[in-house]
Design a binder for this molecule. Structure first.
Ligand code: G3I
Length: 386
């Protein structure tokens, strides 16, 4: 037999339920106000002369990833193909080009009024390996590899002439200690392979911007080596428009002071500076990691290395926010020197960091979450540029 409620009890329950409703409405409206407006960061950056972009993959371009296309179109005004313009994919055999995915990427950018950036023409990783062997299976001669490099650069750049604003002509050519990376390019052609690549690129498309790009650019020896290269190009009259600091950052690397010194030093050469592969690795790295983005480095899976399967803890979220604000604080201070900021991925869902250097982890490196929704920190980033 239910006990009848006194008048006072009824009043109390009404007040409690009204309070609960108010709190949940406040929470919803706070959450709503926390959620940054799509495109707001793009707009404030473009007012400062900075393009905002992301590396996008073939599945996002094809519209096969729920929520990806509207989020990419709303939030970014430039883009790079994460993989499909790399030599291994686009030039699989001598005389054979596979344009399908690259054409789809370019068409996607054109119909969505997104500035396309070409990544990348000459790289030691994912190369068209057939180029390094002659018809007898012997190492290609210098003249043969130079001819093949030139033909690749001309064919790719001229197919997309007028549709690609600029190209990562050479990717990751120098090591952290400032020495030239040893690769088939350096071994079979010699140290002038970088200069040749830029000369060919400028001949192929005199209207395209030409970039050199690398990771761990806060390392002083690497910085000095690129400064020497830039000065050498400028003395020889070789076109180079900008330098890409990939910016695959972590919670405890790079040193932000050295990072800012690098940005300033590159800007002082007169080149534009770009953050070309920006992300923030929130997951523990294998021991004695050197902050590298050396894609060929791998490590075995361990549960302890995958601590945020269900989401970042509040503490980790604060570290994420503070770290992104530290980097964007540097970008805001040097906004006249920066021409483009490009995230290495459109959202956490498809970040390469979910599987590198350890496969099968849940990472949170970007400003859009797994549902392609902007993270609250973007509101504070926007304030840095207003
Ligand atoms: O698409 C093929 C698939 O058909 C095949 O079955 C599978 C078998 O391994 O490979 C798939 O291709 C993979 C590709 O990503 C697309 O998912 C390649 O194996 C894999 O090596 C490739 O990894 C890319 C990596 O560069 C190497 O090219 C990452 O997605 C990409 O984020 C990463 O990006 C590089 C930049 O280009 C240069 N700077 C460093 C950055 C991070 O390493």
């Amino acid at each position: 037999m239910p006990v009848p409620l006194s008048i006072n009890m009824k009043k109390y329950l009404i007040i409690i339920s009204l309070l609960a409703m108010t709190l949940s409405m406040q929470a919803k409206s706070k959450k709503k106000s926390d959620t940054p407006a799509p495109g707001a960061l793009k707009e404030v950056l473009v007012k400062n002369g900075i393009l905002l972009g992301a590396a996008i993959n073939q599945w996002e371009v094809a519209g096969e990833v729920p929520g990806a296309v509207p989020a990419i179109v709303a939030n970014f005004n430039s883009a790079e193909a994460e993989n499909c313009m790399k030599a291994e994919v686009i030039h699989p055999k001598e005389g054979v080009y596979d344009w399908k995915l690259a054409d789809e990427f370019i068409d996607f950018c054109q119909r969505n009024n997104i500035t396309a950036i070409g990544h990348c023409l000459v790289w030691h990783s994912q190369p068209a390996k057939w180029m390094f062997k002659d018809k007898n299976g012997e190492p290609a001669s210098r003249p043969l590899l130079i001819e093949r490099m030139k033909e690749h650069i001309f064919t790719v750049m001229q197919r997309y002439k007028g549709k690609v604003k600029g190209w990562d002509v050479v990717n990751e050519a120098i090591l952290d200690d400032g020495t030239l990376r040893v690769s088939p390019w350096s071994e079979l052609i010699g140290p002038d392979w970088i200069e040749l690549a830029f000369r060919f690129a400028h001949e192929a498309d005199p209207d395209a911007e030409l970039y050199i790009n690398d990771f761990s650019m806060a390392k002083p020896a690497k910085r000095e080596a690129y400064l020497r290269l830039i000065r050498d190009f400028q003395q020889k009259g070789i076109r180079i428009d900008a330098i890409g600091m990939q910016s695959h950052n972590g919670v405890d690397y790079p040193d932000v002071v050295e990072y800012e010194k690098t940005l300033e030093a590159y800007a002082a050469t007169g080149l534009k500076v770009m953050m070309t592969e920006l992300d923030l690795n929130m997951l523990p790295n294998p021991k004695d990691w050197d902050g590298s983005a050396e894609v060929n480095k791998k490590a075995a899976y361990e549960e302890a290395m995958n601590p945020y399967k269900k989401g970042l803890t509040l503490e980790a979220q604060k570290i994420f926010n503070d770290r992104y604000l530290a980097f964007f604080g540097i970008y805001a201070r040097h906004k006249e020197s920066i021409s483009r900021i490009n995230f290495w991925g459109a959202s956490d869902l498809n970040s390469w960091l979910n599987n590198w250097p350890i496969k099968g982890r849940t990472s949170y490196p970007l400003i859009l979450d797994r549902q392609y929704k902007l993270k609250p920190v973007v509101n504070d980033i926007i304030k840095l540029f207003e």
